[in-house]
Design a protein around this ligand. Structure first.
Ligand code: TPP
Ligand code: SF4
Length: 280
């Protein structure tokens, strides 16, 4: 019989709630890579652990904050940004991070999302985009590509999908970026920039749901899906010189918006209160 060796301490142990592990995610689920990248970024920023608040909605991905050792709220489906806004307004000193899935953020939570972007409130939103509703069995979401099969589009999806980054950019978010779990180094750096940004930041993290989306679309196992992503992601600079045909099936990654000159909501609110008091 092999003797069990003692588990070595890991530098990120402090960031994980050991009593909540193992997690519930399927083997090969992309959520773990996104969490790993986020923890690396948090570590790099040097932010104090007890000054960070993670607010999540509902979904496989929104379960992430249960495993991460920070103050946090697991809220209603689609409503994470509303709660996060309340937390930030109450204490602007906190670094508020929203963890949300593509369904949570752009389907039931779509309205909260566009208005949070519009307000430029200092919140970082991490959208785990796996192109379907994982938690409830693989229904199509607003980011499911046309023709893709899901439990509710078994003959192929006919609805054009949202481009989350374009939606965020046109709604007013002041930092917007996209990366995939196949280029996690880029993801870490985008998370770090988003966390250091003063204003509303969105990082779309393209990840995989091999159990549902992968299986029904015959994309192979998690490793095959990851290998496929590696061949499909390109940078925004590369995309500029490509024709629509060449762009078909590609995932454009990189930074799309980085505006530092616009007023942040909680700061403006403080000025408003000050002015109102002076007028009294
Ligand atoms: C008000 C309400 N409606 C519907 C649900 C059921 N529900 C739970 S999670 C979910 C979808 C989650 O999808 P997504 O946000 O993409 O996250 P994933 O599970 O793929 O990570 C739905 C529809 C719910 N919990 N609450
Ligand atoms: S159902 Fe999909 S999204 Fe949910 S844990 Fe499994 S692989 Fe991940």
């Amino acid at each position: 019989m092999t003797e069990r060796t003692e588990r070595k301490e890991h530098i990120f142990d402090k960031y994980l709630r050991q009593d909540k592990l193992p997690h519930i995610w399927c083997p090969g689920c992309g959520n773990g890579t996104v969490v790993n990248a986020l923890l690396h970024a948090i570590d790099k920023t040097g932010l104090e652990q007890d000054k960070i608040v993670l607010v999540a909605g509902i979904g496989c991905s929104s379960r992430a904050n249960g495993y991460m050792n920070f103050c946090g709220m697991h809220t209603n489906h689609g409503r994470a940004l509303a709660y996060a806004t309340g937390v930030k307004m109450h204490n602007p000193e906190l670094k508020v991070i929203v963890l949300t899935g593509d369904g949570d953020c752009t389907s039931i939570g779509g309205n909260h999302f566009i208005h949070a972007c519009r307000r430029n409130i200092d919140i970082t939103t991490v959208v785990f985009n796996n192109a379907n509703y994982g938690m409830t069995g693989g229904q199509y979401s607003p980011t499911t590509p046309v023709n893709a099969r899901t439990k509710t589009s078994v003959y192929g999806n006919i609805e054009p999908n949202f481009d989350i980054c374009s939606l965020a950019a046109t709604s007013g978010a002041t930092y917007v970026a996209r990366s995939t779990i196949a280029n996690a180094t880029m993801m870490v750096s985008q998370f770090e920039k988003a966390l250091n940004h003063r204003g509303f930041s969105v990082v779309e993290a393209i990840c995989d749901c091999p159990t549902l989306f992968g299986r029904i679309n015959k994309l192979g196992d998690a490793v095959a899906m990851l290998a496929d992503k590696k061949t499909r992601f390109i940078t925004a600079a590369q995309a500029k010189n490509m024709t629509p045909d060449e762009l078909s099936g590609k995932i454009i990654t990189g930074e799309f918006v980085n505006r530092t000159n616009l007023p942040e909501y909680t700061e403006q609110y403080d000025v408003l209160i000050k002015n109102a008091k002076e007028e009294e």
